[in-house]
Design a protein around this ligand. Sequence first.
Ligand code: SF4
Length: 370
Amino acid sequence: MTRASLYFHIPFCSKKCPYCHFYVIPNSPSFHQILEEGLSLEWEKNLPLLEGLSIESIYFGGGTPSFFVPGGGVARLLEKIRGSRLALASDCEITLEANPEEASPELFSSLLSVGVNRLSLGIQSLDERSLQSIERIHTAQKGKQAILEAHRAGFQNISIDLMYDLPDQTESSWLSTLNQLSSLPIQHVSLYNLTIEPHTSFYKRKESLSFPPPISSLRMLNQAVQTLTSLQFKRYEISAFAKQSSFSKHNIGYWTGRPFLGFGPSACSYWEGKRFRNISHLQRYTRKLKEGISPIDFSEKLPYLDSLKERLAVELRLIEGADLNEDLPPETKQCIERLIEEDFLKRNEKKICLTEKGILFHDTIASVIV
Ligand code: SF4
């Protein structure tokens, strides 16, 4: 049975973080109603596409999807999915993103009761000054408390996001975050360095911000890898670490080309080799659906050989590597051989994977392959 994943974009946030480039809007009850109406219509519209497929993972991302829990939005969506006679895999992974400031035992119990079995917490740092430098509204203490409360409520699969390369961050402040991980009941860490994207508040004032120098940034990455490895986390993707095989099924789907449908304003999809994205505007998204018009405002389908190259570049993010498709053009195969000679790639049984050096240069390798 072909496997597929679902993504729901819940765009509400208390305040926009200065580095955020996602589509987010204020958390207002009137917006909740508009979103629910749009999601419901989009669900009905796309349901026939999902028939006969096995749903391996469902992901509520944002934004801050936990804002959509108390009013029952997430529960009603999950009810709709379960009531639609779709084939949900028996071990279907259902993840919801939450921020520490919204965490409470009630929230976590309510998530567990509707079947959410994986929590992704936007912790970012356990150092007060670093959290302030990126203008997060939670404290380090609140971050730790959120993890402990989620665990106490019964979550067995907790993932946290951590960020380095923050303004004014020092290696010792990063170490203080890493040193606290051993006491926390987490199974997964997504590790990112801060990137300054256009159209963000940080981008506009980047000249006035002071970031760690590249050598420090590399040392922070190495410190993180060492700490996580010593805590029995396995690095299974460039930026993802998991304990006891708690790999993110949803993200593995992205990296291996599993089809997924995205619902909600700005949500992206990958379906039958085509990528498409919904309009990044809540009211227009729902209005279009009510008028029977598609909310998609971007779509592309790469020619077959280009799609193979792109798939390879993305799948190389996985530490175990990627299979080489026979159909890849000869120049791509030559390029792979060159990258092996230059110690950016290596053979791993039947697969090709990044070397230690290659992990640091994946973006460049991907652009060379594509
Ligand atoms: S909480 Fe996350 S989604 Fe919301 S503004 Fe901050 S970074 Fe963006």
